[in-house]
Design a binder for this molecule. Structure first.
Ligand code: MN
Length: 714
């Protein structure tokens, strides 16, 4: 039986698609018996940001959401998810879990079609097998990695395919394919412009080349015109209408169309410019050229100094070459051979120069972060596949030729599959943690706020269907400050701050929404942080003095809703980071207190010594702590444990009332904490670790070992 070219293409696409999906099921198989990774009889997702899109999709399916709840109902990812939920017979959890698997595997289609355009279907097939499961592409599109990545490479790869075919065949239909792909890509991922601009620039250079050499460049100029119209910064449906009308014009009056092509091109450029098309590029350029002037401190209108998240993320280190190569090709040798293969491919087929924007963006990873490596994956997969194919071609014997093809393909796939087998990513939350939030959903109202650190913002909003102050996208120094302050100050200050920040956040939202003309006084307040605004309202010029008053009974704004405090054990490890955001003199930006907080989960003990690691040794008989060679006094030693009924028992041994350090042994957690008095008295430690809450301020709502929820009583 001989298959036609199209049948063969279809067959290869199906096989590669199934392969890509099957490999992604390795994770499902590995964790099939881990009940703590499941909720509602389904695996939970393993990327925090996924809960953001999930919240939007849930609200779209339900048909309502609350004003000011930050639910992303306008985003493509949420809209597409909601669409699938409506048309498919699977649960919401199943759909968000497997969407990345099926959508990211679509990558095999453009890769195989590019191979077809080279006249070498096998090259496309081998590249599709590798590209769909290559290290970094897998990491960012595996089962449960529910994020925009699932289509971020698929769209530009389709664009690469349609541009190659457009330039090669000069067939009009590719003008529409290209425009549609750009419109969809922009809808899916608004940051896509840089890649589109790169493709546009490359083709522009080709048109100039054709013009100089007096070749016919009209079709390519038409292609550029369609691309530019598809790139204008307006609603996607408007752009669709524009390109479709343009296409009809081209089809009906070709001669006339080509007569005015220069005007059309000019019009597209002007519209692009005036719709703000160059703004993002200009912004980027400024950031690169004037690197020094990038503000690293977060100053508000009142010149308050906030901590920036940038300060916690260490300056992006040079990524080691090995890591970089592994993430693109799975192996350094394969990576180098891929580059050789791609260069060879470009020499033999100059049209493959069109892969350079993708490759270039992938190489940005060396300066901009690992997440970029996925862009280089399809192009370099084509490079190595081409090399393998050319090597196999050296053999005249058909059997030998296919053996070489198969062996080399397995050789480049295996490091990636090995990586996948070892890449055992846990879910974001465990079942027991989610059960707490699910229970809270039935207690809290949708307009209520849950205060917690930003890392838990998206999952809290998704599972408990409430509002939050901070989340994975809203966590600048100025919004983190009140939350950090609430977690780390004394209970009175914490309670006052929570009420204040929630009411001010809501007030800000409504003023923003009404867009009323504000007096300059009010404008200053609104453009400053919530803290600054509060301080001004309470008549303080100095924010520190204002913060001091929170320890007292101040008059609070009118209570509009309930507030819950979510305290997970998970936060223990990042407590020092949480502290950085409020351990600040906002007037000067200087650190306020020296913090000591140490957590040991890996301690060893003998009759006399309890070794906490990192040079911390506790002498059990003398009840003294050695930090390195320094003997430091301990104020008290506290042991917590759960009794048979699951009630927390706290046993306190006072040692030295003048000492500043406290030691807490959390028996059931196998955790020992050593901390200074300020941290010890913080709301987080008192409420979560010791359940020692002020009954006038807080009320326990859900108390489990992994997470505790309190309701604010003021
Ligand atoms: Mn909501």
């Amino acid at each position: 039986m001989t298959l036609s070219e199209n049948q063969k293409t279809f067959f290869y696409i199906i096989v590669a698609f199934i392969f890509s999906i099957a490999v992604r099921f390795i994770w499902v198989e590995q964790f099939s018996s881990v009940e703590q990774f499941k909720f509602n009889n389904q695996f939970m997702i393993n990327t925090n940001d996924g809960y953001y899109w999930a919240e939007g999709a849930r609200d779209l399916v339900n048909g309502f959401h609350q004003e000011g709840d930050l639910s992303p109902i306008d985003t493509a990812a949420s809209q597409l998810t909601a669409f699938f939920v409506k048309i498919l017979p699977f649960s919401f959890e199943t759909i968000i879990l497997y969407m990345p698997v099926f959508l990211s595997s679509l990558l095999v289609i453009p890769i195989i079609l590019v191979g077809k355009s080279l006249g070498k279907l096998e090259v496309g097939f081998i590249a599709a097998l590798l590209g769909s499961i290559a290290w970094s592409y897998y990491n960012r599109t595996m089962v449960g990695y529910y994020d925009t990545d699932m289509l971020n490479i698929v769209f530009p790869s389709f664009l690469l395919w349609s541009l190659i075919w457009a330039i090669r065949t000069r067939e009009d239909k590719y003008l529409i394919f290209t425009s549609l792909d750009i419109i969809l890509y922009r809808w899916w991922y608004p940051q896509s412009y840089s890649l589109e601009i790169a493709f546009f620039t490359l083709i522009s250079l080709y048109v100039i080349y054709q013009y100089i050499n007096k070749e016919d460049f009209k079709f390519n100029l038409t292609l550029l015109t369609f691309m530019m119209f598809a790139m204008i910064y307006v609603n996607g449906l408007i752009k669709l209408a524009i390109v479709v009308s343009l296409f009809i014009f081209l089809k009906l009056k070709k001669e006339k169309f080509y007569k005015v092509i220069f005007y059309l091109f000019g019009l597209a450029l002007i519209l692009f410019l005036f719709s703000g098309g160059f703004n993002p590029i200009w912004g980027k350029l400024k950031a690169y050229v004037f690197k020094d002037s990038i503000i690293v401190t977060d100053l508000d209108e009142l010149k308050l100094h906030f901590f920036t998240v940038m300060q916690t993320v260490r300056e992006a280190d040079q990524i080691p070459f090995n890591t970089f190569a592994n993430r693109i090709s799975g192996n350094v040798i394969v990576f180098i051979l891929s580059i050789i293969g791609y260069i060879w491919l470009m020499i033999k087929r100059p049209i493959m120069l069109l892969g350079l924007p993708l490759l270039g963006l992938g190489f940005l990873a060396t300066s901009g972060g690992l997440r970029f490596t996925i862009y280089a994956v399809p192009v370099l997969a084509l490079g190595i596949a081409f090399l393998i194919h050319e090597v196999a071609e050296l053999f005249k014997n058909k059997f030998l030729k296919y053996t070489v093809l198969v062996v080399l393909t397995i050789a480049v796939l295996s490091p990636n599959i090995k990586h996948i087998i070892g890449y055992r990513v846990p879910t974001v939350f465990t079942k027991n943690e989610v059960l707490v939030l699910d229970k809270l959903k039935h207690i809290a109202k949708r307009e209520d706020y849950v205060v917690s650190w930003w890392d838990y913002g998206y999952p809290i909003r998704y599972y408990a269907d409430v509002k939050t102050l901070v989340d994975g996208g809203k966590h600048s120094g100025r919004v983190n400050f009140p939350v950090s302050f609430s977690l780390l100050s004394d209970q009175k200050s914490s309670a006052n701050m929570m009420r204040l920040d929630v009411e001010y956040t809501e007030k800000r939202f409504w003023i923003d929404k009404k867009e009323e003309n504000l007096s300059t006084d009010k404008k200053t307040k609104l453009e400053s942080s919530n803290i600054g605004w509060m301080a001004l309202d309470y008549g303080y010029k100095n924010v520190n003095s204002f913060l001091d008053t929170l320890k007292t009974d101040i008059k609070l704004p009118k209570k509009t809703r309930d507030i819950y405090l979510y305290l997970p054990n998970r936060m223990m490890g990042i407590l020092p980071t949480v502290d950085l955001f409020s351990n600040l003199d906002l007037q000067t930006g200087n650190k306020k207190y020296n913090t000591f907080f140490y957590i040991s989960r890996n301690f060893r003990e003998n009759l006399q010594i309890l070794d906490l690691g990192q040079g911390l040794r506790f002498n059990k008989q003398k009840a003294t702590l050695n930090i390195g060679n320094n003997k430091v006094p301990i104020n008290s030693l506290i042991i917590t444990k759960y009794d048979k009924n699951g009630k927390l028992q706290v046993e306190k041994k006072d040692l030295n009332p003048l000492a500043n350090l406290y030691m807490i042994f959390m028996k059931n957690y196998h955790q020992i904490l050593v901390m200074d008095a300020r941290v010890f008295n913080s709301t987080y430690i008192q409420l979560f670790v010791l359940e020692n809450y002020d009954k006038k301020l807080f009320e326990p709502v859900i108390m489990t070992p992994l997470a505790k929820v309190y309701k604010l009583k003021i």
